[in-house]
Design a protein around this ligand. Sequence first.
Ligand SMILES: *Cc1c(COP(=O)(O)O)cnc(C)c1O
Length: 828
Amino acid sequence: MSREASADPDAAVQAFKENILLKLKYAVGKSPGNAFGHDWFEAVALAARDQIADRWEESSETVDRSQAKRVYYLSLEFLMGRLLIDNLCNLGVLDIARQALRELGVDLDDIRQVEPDAALGNGGLGRLAACFMESMATLDVVAHGYGIRYEHGLFRQVIADGWQQEHTETWLDFGNPWEFERPEVSYRIGFGGSVSTQESSEGPPRQVWTPGETFRSIAYDTPVIGWRRASVNTLRLWRSRAEEDLQLDRFNAGDHFGAVADVVKAESISRVLYPADSTEAGQELRLRQEYFFVSASLQDLLKRHLDEYGDLLNLPEKAAIQLNDTHPSIAVAELMRLLVDVHQIEWFIAWRLTVGTLSYTNHTLLPEALESWPVSLMERLLPRHMQIIYLINAFHIDSLRAQDIHDFALLRSVSLIEEDHGRRVRMGNLAFLGSNSINGVSALHTELMRHTVFRDLHRLYPERINSKTNGITFRRWLYQVNPALTGLLTQSLGEDWQVAPETTLQGLEPLAEQAGFRKQFAECRQRNKVALVRLVQERLSISLDSQAIFDVQVKRIHEYKRQLLNLLHTVALYQAMRNDPATNWAPRVKIFAGKAAASYHQAKLIIKLANDISRTINSDPTVRGLLKVVFLPNYNVSLAETIIPAADLSEQISTAGLEASGTSNMKFALNGALTIGTLDGANVEMSQLIGSDNMFIFGMTADEVESRRRAGELEMTSVVEGSERLAGAIEAIRAGVFSPDDPQRYANLIDGLLGYDRYMVCADFDAYWKAQRRVDALWHKPTQWWRTAVLNTARMGWFSSDRTISEYASDIWHVPFTLPRPAQKPAG
Ligand SMILES: *Cc1c(COP(=O)(O)O)cnc(C)c1O
C-alpha cells in the first residue's frame, strides 16, 4: 500500500463508508437505524484502526528485516487525550471520513465529542510522553512506549459551590476501540519474600529470590501512527491480574470473599493513576506500580531481544531505554537482577550493559518531588533489589576511592542511600548512576540540575548531563485544534508548509507587516473565541464579551505556578476599574482551569478563591462588564484544545527556577497568543527565539530568586506596605470581601503569604502589574498586537517535538530518523 490515501477521492469515500457500515453491523452489533453516537464513534474508530493495522504490519516487517535499534520509552503516564481525529489526520483520511459519515447522516464533529479522553497522566510530563509517541512514529524512530493501563485515569473534577470534588474517571466503561488485548503476552511479577544464596559448582554462588506473592501483567497494545502514514509504533500498557481468578478451595469452603482476595489485590496495582503532579506520592502502592510496569516492560524487551539475537551482550547496540522521570528508575536494579540472576551474566558485564542501555530524563527540581523510598519498605517489598542497590552503591564508592576520592561529604552526597532522615533510597541518584545520559528539559532547568540536585554527581561525571528542550506535536496543537489558522497558513505558505513547519513557519514574518494578513489572522482567533464563549455559556451560564482580551492560565494548580499571583492581579484590577473609571481599561476575561492533587489543601483553597472571586466580580455591575472571571472545571487535553486557540494572552508566571520547561507555553505561542511570563523553563528559549520584545517578560530571574531565598527575605510585610495595589488586594481577600459567607476562609492563606512567601508572589507583584499594563497598552494598538501575534507563530517552529525527538535520536539513542517528506502527488 502506498503512503497516500487512494488517488480517487470518491472511491475512497465509498470504501470508507462501506467499512463503517460493516463495523457497525459486525463489531458493534447495531444497524444505522438504532445506532447512537458512541456506536458510530466505535464503528469509525474500528474502520480507521483497520487501516492503521495494515501499516502496523508493514512497519513491523520492515523493522524485523532491518534489525534496527529499538527505543523503549518507559513512562508511568501517557496523557493521550482523544485519538479519533489524531488517527484520521495522520492516516490522511479526515475529509474522507467526514464525507463518508455525512452520507450516512452523521456529523463527525458530534461523534468526536463522545470519545472519552485517555487521561492516563497528570499534566505536562504525561502529555510530553504522548507528543513524543506521535513524533517518534512520524520520524520513523522504531519505538515502543511502555506504561500502565489504568482502569481509572486522572479524576474527573467537579466544582461544587466553588470547591473541587474528585470523582472517579471511567474512560473504559464503553470499551476502548483503539487497543488490542494480548492475553498471551504476560509476565510474572513478584513482590516480597526472601533471598537465599545457592552454591554452584561452576562459578560464584547465586542469589535466588523467592517472592512472597506474584501477579501477572497482561499487555494491551495501541498502535500509534505517524503523520502521513509514516511508521506505526506500539504503545504497550500493562494491566495487573492475579495468577488465578478464583481460589476454588476457599470458595468451596464457603469463603466467597477470600476466594477473590488475590484478584482484588492484584488488580489494585493498575486500578488508578496517582493524582499527584510534581509532588511525591510516597505510598507503597505507588512503588508497586512502578516496579510492576518496569519489570513487565524489561522482561518483555529482553525476550524480544533474545528472540531476535539470541544473546544479550549486544543489548546497548540494539536497545535504548529512556526513563521518563525517576518513576521508572527501579529499572536500574531490575535490569541488573534480570541480567545477573536470570540470565547469569557476570556483575560487571551486566553493569556495563545496564548503563549502556538506560538513559534518564529529569523533570523537576522541587525537593518534595524527588523520589526516595524508605530502606525498610524496599527490603520488605523488593528484597533482592535492595541487595543490588547496596552492591551498586558499594562498588561505586570503591571505584571513587580507587580514584583517590575520599572527600566524605562528597561520598555522602553521591550515595544511593540517604542517611539523614531515616534511611532512604535516593531514586534520582540511582537513575543517574545507572544511565549513560541524564537530560533536563530546558536549558535553564539543565543548568540548575548541574548546580543543585546533581551537583556532585555532575562533578564526577561531567559528560552525562545534557539538555533536550521539550516540544509539542504541531499535528495536534496546531493543525487539529486550529483548523482556521491552519487553513490560513496553507493559503499563505503553500500546501507543503505542514511538512517542515520548523522552517516554513518563518515564512510568515514578512506577512506580519501586511494589514490584510493580520486581519485574517485576527479573524481566525475571533472564530475560536466565539466557540469558547459558547462553551462557557453552555457549561457555566456565564456570558463573555468575545472582544475582550482572553487572558488564560490553564495548568495544574500548584503554588509554584502562582495562580495566586494571577488572582491577586485580578482583584487589584477589579479594584482599579472601580476606583478609576476614567482610565481606558482594556476589557478582560480571566480564564482559569486546572486540577489540584486531592491531598493538596492549599491548591484546593486556591480553586475556591478563584471561584469566589469569579462569583463576586461577575455579578458586580460597577465593573460594567470590563472584567469577567471564569474557572472552567475538569481541565484535560480536550478542554485545552478548545481553550488554547482562543487565547490572546498566555500566563506562564511560575517562580523563576521552578518550572522545568512547561509545554502549554509552547501550545499558546504557536497559536499566536502573547505570553506574559517569567524567565523560567522554556520561556527563556522562547524569549530568545521570539524576541523578548514580543513577549511580556517580568519579575525576578532564577538567580535573583535564589539570592533572595538565601538572604532569607521571605517575610513580606514591608513589601506589601510598599505596594498600595497589592495591599488593597490582599486586604480585600483577607477581610472576606469574596467570602462573605465565611470571612475567615482566606486568613491563613494570606497570613502565610505575608509571613513566609516561599514562591515570592508578593515580591513579584509590582513587576507583574506593570507588565499587565503593557499588555493593555499593546491591546489598544491592534496593528502592533497582531504583528506581534503573527511573529509569535512564525518563530515557534523550533518547539516542535519532531525537533526534540531528532535530538534524542542523534545524541542519546543513536538511532536513525527521517523527517517528514512532502506527499508525492499522484502521477498524471
Ligand atoms: C500541555 C498540557 C499540560 C502542561 O501544561 P503546563 O502549563 O506546561 O504545565 C497539562 N495538562 C494538559 C491537559 C495539557 O494539554
